[in-house]
Design a protein around this ligand. Structure first.
Ligand SMILES: NC(=O)c1ccc[n+]([C@@H]2O[C@H](COP(=O)([O-])OP(=O)(O)OC[C@H]3O[C@@H](n4cnc5c(N)ncnc54)[C@H](O)[C@@H]3O)[C@@H](O)[C@H]2O)c1
Length: 432
């Protein structure tokens, strides 16, 4: 196995978070700062906690990923970002009410110092929020140029050798892929002409990639998932990945569906509902933003179960997903699944899942892993869609000719095998 020539992770890594004042973003930032000070443990992070098998099984070599893969050191990370509200990250994290005061106190000075840059925001794309810290520009193209300038200034001011941009901002209204998203020249023209098909998230992705900065999309909107941006990322030699963090209910779906399929059990219905009371829940209460999320959440079962191969088991599934805004629960989402299955001779059975989770607690370690792995991808010289990062997403990006991989454990193997390849080790044929 030929070793990839990975550039060293020298110098500072700037992590620019779009929506840096949000629940996920602030939980990610607080946790990372606390971990590097030895005040908390990075539970849920593969890059920080998981081991990786190297060599033959009998060699019994199981080092930690972070000890053998050349990832950036957490001490070299500098945080920044944009938000539509002016609060620094300490104030924002207090407002999000995910973490306890004692956890904020340990890193208060660092949090207070992280002040968001003005956001590229347009009300019609997130109808429930009313931003007060937003850029003014004549055209969407001009707004994009301002983001490019922010990126350059941040890099220079903080003396960063590399940057990564991660979208952890609100879910925008549903925009289906259309003509302007198919081709880079049309996309650029559409920005200049203020086309409604260009959402603010696309301005961030275009700006970052144009500056040679990798882009991660944690929400379900198109953002980087379109041929125009794939083209740009290839041209600029920049890795991109997305979309929509796979954290709670969908993670369960991508574990339970393969289980049904491997046992040749039938599925007739899957009803998923959630109650959620944070700002994300409020935004998703708007039907146009919910539509974007719904499309992302619905796709997984069909792809995993392959109804064309197994029509007697999976050709007639009623699949419904609901998200209900319920303020008392704040970030502590409750997700119920009622799954109607059938077995031998068609006899019906039921599975019930009640996941009392914490949305941002599940999402934060994914942000850390994605930031470190996308930076690694860039230092490896990878560009375009990073399929090996599918593990982290509900709707893994894929080209128009290929199918996404949804099965969590297949995704996990893809991820670990890529890491083995990067350090010149052979793939293994099982999950380690
Ligand atoms: N928590 C999870 O488990 C999970 C899973 C998958 C996806 N997501 C997605 O992650 C995103 C963040 O979730 P959250 O719970 O932190 O939501 P949140 O509402 O707490 O945070 C979003 C932040 O983005 C800001 N924002 C909105 N538009 C912006 C723009 N154009 N530019 C800059 N900032 C902007 C908001 O002001 C807010 O501070 C949402 O899109 C959500 O759907 C979350």
């Amino acid at each position: 196995m030929e070793k990839i020539n990975v550039k060293k992770a020298d110098g500072k890594l700037g992590v620019l978070v779009v929506g840096v004042g949000g629940a996920v973003a602030s939980t990610f930032v607080v946790g990372t700062l606390a971990v590097r000070k030895g005040l908390a443990k990075p539970i849920g992070s593969i890059t920080q906690l998981a081991n990786i098998r190297l060599g033959k099984k009998e060699e019994n070599r199981f080092p930690k990923i972070k000890d053998v893969v050349p990832l950036a050191d957490l001490n070299d990370i500098v945080f920044g970002g944009w938000d539509i509200f002016e609060d620094n990250v300490y104030e924002a994290a207090k407002h999000a009410e995910v973490l306890e005061q004692k956890d904020l106190d340990g890193v208060k000075d660092e949090l207070v110092a992280i002040k968001p840059m003005k956001a590229a925001f347009l009300q019609e794309y997130v109808k429930r929020l009313h931003g007060t810290w937003v850029k003014e520009a004549g055209t969407k193209w001009d707004m994009m140029e301002q983001i490019r300038e922010d990126i350059r200034n941040f890099k220079a001011k903080n003396n960063c050798s590399r940057l990564v941009v991660i979208w952890a901002a609100s879910t925008e209204v549903y925009i289906p892929m259309s003509e302007v998203h198919m081709d880079l020249a049309k996309f650029e023209k559409a920005m200049k002409e203020n086309s409604p098909e260009i959402a603010p998230s696309m301005l961030y992705s275009y700006a970052a990639i144009s500056e040679g900065v990798p882009f991660i999309n944690g929400a379900p909107a198109l953002t980087v998932d379109m041929p125009a941006i794939w083209e740009l990322s290839k041209q600029k030699n920049v890795p991109i990945c997305g979309k929509d963090f796979k954290t709670g209910q969908t993670m369960m779906k991508t574990v339970l569906s393969p289980m049904l399929k491997t046992r040749m059990l039938g599925l007739s219905g899957w009803f998923s509902t959630n109650i959620l009371g944070n700002r994300d829940g409020e935004v998703l209460d708007d039907p146009d933003s919910f539509k974007t999320k719904e499309v992302s959440k619905l796709s997984v079962i069909d792809t995993i179960l392959e109804k064309d191969l197994y029509p007697e088991l999976y050709s007639n599934i009623y699949h419904k997903v609901r998200i209900n805004y319920y303020p008392p629960r704040k970030d502590n989402k409750e997700g119920w699944d009622n799954i109607d299955i059938y077995g031998w001779m068609g006899y019906p059975m039921q599975l019930k899942v009640d996941f009392l989770c914490r949305d941002s607690i599940l999402a934060a370690p994914l942000c850390l892993d994605l930031v470190l792995l996308t930076d690694l991808a860039q230092r490896c010289g990878f560009s375009g869609i990073q399929k090996w990062l599918s593990f982290y997403f509900k709707s893994p990006m894929h080209t128009l000719e290929t199918q996404p991989e949804h099965d969590l454990f297949v995704q996990y193997r893809m991820l670990k095998d890529k890491l083995r390849n990067i350090i010149g080790e052979e793939s293994v044929e099982y999950i380690d």
